[in-house]
Design a protein around this ligand. Structure first.
Ligand code: ARG
Length: 586
């Protein structure tokens, strides 16, 4: 269905044409002075220049023409040349009723849906997940869902770091702990019994241990490098061990991402791009793009318009090993061959900006994909502690993701026990949802590119721009509906507008599609968070002003119930687009 701003733009453009002006560049925006009007157009200024008339004259003529249209309560001009518009309640109600019966709740669907591969998450196998993995997971999941809500097809790929030095370190360490296993020797036959069993506990412990060891023990460090290279060359015993490590590691990872309600469609890793490296090198060589530089093979990606020097992208290091950029370029080939997407998007820490600029330029230069394929890197800032530095444990260490989630869930549980929480539902599950909502909303309310301070007390608060407040609003509606004996999945039509808060609420709901569009175009879920807060606050005002349950006027009561049902749907739909699950009661 069409957005209200788009309908109004056409209506106003028609009026410009009717008055003899060019209507092709007319725009209509929402007004932030609802006391004056709901919408406004500033297009009289441009038209007046061409017509060589004062802007207010044009604005006056056009607003007169608009005034004849019954959808406007008010169509006025204001000096020096504004056109101020307010819809009739009948029109706003009719438009909202269309939203009620629209399967996408008025969220405009892409006319030509894109197929998008979204690369997010990016954890490294064998290394425990830590708080640094929160933002890529939370933001990536939200961008994926927002794009889907706007009608696109999105394939989320976790892009595991499963092929790097961390695996070599683990192999080197295990080879000393379990020297008798054939997977470390030339006698490996491929039998399962030749590979040691590793428990999740040992895996959690072995990587940090080996990594520290390599810092002091040069011989061990070299051993780990050799093991990495041999693994990448396909040494069978190592591959068998690597598979086992992957299995244990992925199981743990999946559990933690599940807790966060983050779900990947693909669990490919850097290793899956390995088979595409020869093709990549062939293309780069044939196109004459590779050049030697200090023993390494590089591709120049400097462009004329660059203001600062752009370093070449390194494809092969002097020791012949592939590096980060090589893998990302090979992954582009892999993704294109497998899925032929229209867009390839990446969500990572913004400090990787340069890397992605180089990779995208190299991919375009080498024509790894057709010209129309769009690349995008959407970087995020850091989650800091209250001291303004990257979030750490109390003793200054890196906090495990699992411990972090547990702390927040415990905080949520405590809060529920303090309040007069009554629920027959699973308290643990509710605490998880409330805790995760607090984490996610607290993160997403900030523009992704900004740093923010993680503050659990603030994030779990029932007041302010918090996930808890939004979930609470949903549960409040649930409990009113329950008292009225109404099924929340029911949908009803509105009969009219009876209070100012309702009018504002309807306007907000009608404009939610624009918020989704903006969030998607800027890859910035914070606009949806702000909109959720506005909807929840307006609902709260509306509910405060209106005694729904004992309203004697049946028509009014029914309309209010319809508005409650609709508000609830919008809250749930927007939360879902952010990857936040709701609770029945709290
Ligand atoms: N594993 C990488 C890291 O730990 C992140 C991967 C991001 N995605 C990518 N295609 N490079 O930094």
């Amino acid at each position: 269905m069409e957005a209200i701003t788009s309908i109004l733009t056409k209506t106003v453009a028609d009026a410009f044409e009717k008055c003899g002006y060019d209507g092709s560049n007319v725009t209509v925006t929402t007004s932030d002075r609802l006391d004056l009007c709901q919408f406004q157009s500033n297009s009289a200024f441009a038209a007046s220049k061409r017509a060589k008339k004062p802007p207010f004259v044009v604005a006056e003529e056009v607003s007169k023409a608009l005034g004849e249209n019954p959808i406007f309560e008010k169509a006025e001009f204001a000096k020096p040349g504004f056109i101020n518009l307010t819809l009739t309640d009948e029109y706003l109600v009719a438009h909202t009723n269309k939203i009620i019966s629209d399967e996408h709740m008025g969220i405009v669907q892409a006319e030509r849906p894109d197929k998008i591969i979204l690369d997010y998450g990016g954890p490294n196998v064998a290394k425990p997940l830590h708080v640094g993995h929160l933002r890529p997971a939370i933001i990536g999941e939200a961008i994926k869902r927002i794009a889907i809500a706007c009608g696109h097809t999105v394939i989320g790929d976790i892009h595991l770091g499963d092929w790097g030095l961390q695996i070599g370190l683990v192999i080197a360490e295990l080879s000393e702990r379990y020297p008798t296993y054939a997977c470390f020797t030339d006698d490996f036959t491929g039998d399962k019994s030749e590979v040691p069993e590793i428990t999740p506990e040992e895996l959690t412990e072995v990587y940090p241990f080996a990594s520290n060891r390599a810092k002091e023990d040069r011989e061990f460090s070299l051993k780990a490098r050799v093991a990495t290279a041999e693994l990448q060359k396909g040494r069978e015993g190592y591959i068998a061990l690597w598979k086992k490590i992957m299995k244990v590691s992925l199981k743990e990872m999946r559990r933690e991402y599940d807790k966060l309600n983050v779900h990947f469609d693909l669990w490919y890793g850097e290793s899956d791009a390995e088979p595409y490296v020869p093709e990549l090198l062939k293309i780069l060589t044939e196109k004459g793009l590779l050049r030697e530089s200090e023993g390494a093979m590089v591709v120049d990606v400097q462009e004329e318009t660059d203001k600062a020097p752009m370093p070449p992208v390194i494809i092969k290091k002097s020791d012949d090993s592939n590096i980060y950029a090589t893998t990302d370029l090979a992954t582009i080939l892999q993704r294109y061959h497998k899925f032929a997407p229209d867009k390839m998007w990446y969500v990572t820490d913004k400090r990787q900006e340069l890397h992605f600029t180089q990779v995208f330029r190299c991919a375009k230069k080498a024509q790894l994909v057709p010209d129309e394929v769009e690349f995008g890197h959407f970087g995020f800032g850091t989650m800091n502690g209250k001291d303004g530095k990257p979030y750490k444990t109390r003793d200054g260490g890196v906090m495990r993701l699992g411990d972090f989630i547990k702390t927040v869930i415990d905080g949520a549980l405590e809060k529920m026990t303090e309040s007069d929480y009554v629920s027959d539902e699973d308290m643990e599950e509710n605490a998880r949802r409330i805790g995760v909502a607090a984490i996610k909303f607290g993160d997403l309310i900030n523009h992704r590119a900004k740093d923010y301070i993680f503050d659990i007390d603030k994030f779990l608060s029932f007041e302010g721009k918090t996930g808890t407040y939004i979930l609470y609003t949903v549960t409040r509606i649930n409990s009113i509906l329950k008292k009225l004996g109404i099924d929340p999945s029911e949908s009803r039509a509105l009969n009219g507008i009876y209070t100012e808060a309702e009018r504002e609420l309807l306007l907000k709901l009608s404009l939610t599609t624009n918020v989704f569009a903006r969030s998607l175009s800027e890859k910035a879920p914070n606009y949806i968070c702000e909109n959720l807060f506005d909807i929840a606050s307006l609902f709260s005002t509306f509910y405060h002003d209106s005694r729904i349950i004992d309203e004697p006027d049946e028509e009014k009561k029914s309309s209010w119930i319809a508005l409650m049902l609709l508000t609830r749907k919008f809250l749930c739909h927007s939360l879902d687009a952010l990857g936040i699950e709701t609770v029945e009661s709290m």
